[in-house]
Design a protein around this ligand. Structure first.
Ligand code: BES
Ligand code: ZN
Ligand code: ZN
Length: 496
């Protein structure tokens, strides 16, 4: 989909579908919608009354213009209540309108800039939300469908704006949305691909391509190398699978950088649980256990376009968590890169093991800040459901920056407590630490385990409870959501 801005009037654009809008309970359309209504001799106002169209958020009404109107069809999308309207509503309305346009097989689409004229919503934000909502709302993963695999893609999408002085901001908003939209699409694709495609070697190949396209350096360690380097926690998880694990390191540097950020993504390409085996019901979606890695890789793939003034190291300790003749047993004790020993009392708490060694590796490099993204706990899903990700850590300012970055692209995060008193619970009878304890607060306990390896480095941890959904939502169809990529890109863009 090619997204652009055009200066002119909505009533003069030739297209298959023209998208305009209506706030809830408005009978007489105003603004751009009013202008289109006037050009159509009041046809829109008449149909609003006839159809009882209420303008509820994301509901659409189709108007078929008569006469010489240049748009073949008009889509009126509901924006919901004016007093509730903000960035997220804008994203949702744009997604719904985009889906409707595709459903009526529109190839050439034009749209009003929803939200323009609402106080406190700059043109940049409106354009970013309209373009991003359209990209996210029309995403589909059809690679494995041999029938009906090409669902009427929209080819061109033009945002139409009258005033010349807004065009620059709108174009910048579109550019940002395109970068984030590409990254989220890429993340979703990687999550939606099954684990027999997305293996650790596949992720390593993806990283090499990203490095080549964005001027980054890429280093990949295989099993022998990271075992020799002392990553005993990660190696313990990887032992259960004959599918080769890969430790992936991508580096981006900027000559004016004042700090180095480590981005760590959980890259379990399939989580069976190991000998602490999951039940069928809990295993079925576990191809999504590399969602953190996918978001980190996708964010790295945007660096050539955003060029932030900061150094970035991305780390993914990619492996399957499987059972096999060499797999670890519950109760085994292993040594971490940082030197601490860990009793693995549950092999299904594997993510924190791989992240612990990756965090110690980041500290050995000497980074100023660590952000990790991981589908780490079912407890976080229980606490927050599948629309909100959990965020915890030691750097409150960083946590708040990440929450704000997420808000601007429809990724909702909620802070959970890193309650230090619970660290006691991770004491082991036989080793320095154990990897699980059943006392409740599972998301906090998991984060506290990682904290033991992060040390004093400022740190934020995002528990991706919303990585994969099994019901359609306004901004994502069922399947991989791709949460995290947008948050990281918006955060990194603050270093421009
Ligand atoms: N990948 C899972 C966490 C998960 C499960 C995320 C379901 C999203 C949905 C993780 O490796 C895991 O299995 N965690 C265990 C930890 C437990 C053994 C302490 C869990 O949450 O059940
Ligand atoms: Zn697990
Ligand atoms: Zn897992």
């Amino acid at each position: 989909m090619n997204i652009s801005v055009r200066q002119g009037s909505l009533a003069e654009v030739e297209c298959d579908a023209l998208i305009i809008n209506l706030f809830e309970a408005v009978k007489e359309p105003g603004g751009g919608t009013g202008a289109v209504d006037k050009a159509l001799g009041g046809a829109i106002a008449r149909q609003i009354a006839e159809d009882d169209f209420e303008g509820k958020l994301g509901k659409c009404m189709i108007v078929r213009p008569s006469g010489a109107f240049p748009a073949k069809k008009v889509i009126v999308v509901g924006l919901g209540k004016r007093e509730d309207f903000g960035n997220v509503e804008l994203l949702k309305a744009s997604a719904a309108a985009g889906r409707k346009a595709r459903k009526i097989k529109a190839v050439k689409v034009a749209s009003i800039l929803h939200g323009a004229g609402i106080a406190g919503l700059p043109s940049f934000d409106c354009a970013r939300a309209v373009a991003l909502g359209t990209i996210l709302g029309t995403y589909e993963f059809t690679r494995w469908k041999t029938e009906n695999g090409k669902p009427n893609p929209i080819e061109t999408f033009e945002i139409v704006e009258l005033s010349a002085d807004k065009i620059g901001d709108i174009q910048r908003g579109i550019d940002r949305a395109q970068i984030i939209g590409d990254a989220v699409t890429f993340t979703r694709d990687m999550i939606n691909e099954p684990s027999n495609v997305v293996t650790p070697a596949y992720l390593a190949d993806v990283a090499r391509t990203i490095a080549k396209d964005n001027g980054l350096t890429c280093k990949v360690m295989d099993r022998k190398e990271f075992e020799a380097a002392g990553m005993g926690l990660y190696a313990a998880v990887a032992r259960g699978s004959s599918v080769e694990p890969k430790f992936i390191e991508l580096r981006y540097t900027h000559p004016e950088a004042k700090k180095t950020i480590a981005l760590i993504g959980k890259g379990i390409t399939y989580d069976t649980g190991g000998y602490s085996l999951k039940t069928t019901e809990y295993m079925v979606n576990m191809k999504d256990d590399m969602s953190g890695a996918a978001a980190v890789l996708a964010a790295m793939s945007s660096l050539g376009a955003i060029k932030p003034k900061v150094n970035i190291v991305a780390l993914v300790a990619a492996t399957e968590n499987s059972i096999g003749p060499n797999a670890i047993h519950p109760g085994d004790v292993v040594k971490s890169l940082g030197g601490k020993t860990v009793e693995i009392n549950n092999t299904d708490a594997e993510g924190r093991l791989t992240l612990g060694d990756a965090a110690a590796y980041a500290n050995n490099i000497g980074v100023d800040e660590i952000i990790d993204l991981a589908t780490l706990t079912g407890a976080c899903v229980t606490a927050l459901g599948r629309e909100i990700a959990g965020i915890l850590g030691t750097d409150q300012k960083l946590i708040e920056q990440l929450i704000a970055a997420g808000k601007s692209c429809g990724e909702t995060m909620w802070q959970l407590p890193l309650f230090m008193d619970y660290k006691e619970q991770l004491k082991s009878d036989v080793a320095d630490l154990k990897n699980t304890e059943k006392g409740g607060a599972g998301a906090t306990i998991a984060a506290l385990f990682i904290h033991a390896f992060v040390g004093d480095t400022p740190w934020a941890h995002i528990d991706l409870s919303s990585a994969l959904i099994d019901k359609d939502r306004p901004l994502a169809k069922k399947g991989g959501v791709g949460i995290g990529a947008g948050t990281l890109i918006e955060y990194l863009a603050s270093y421009l």
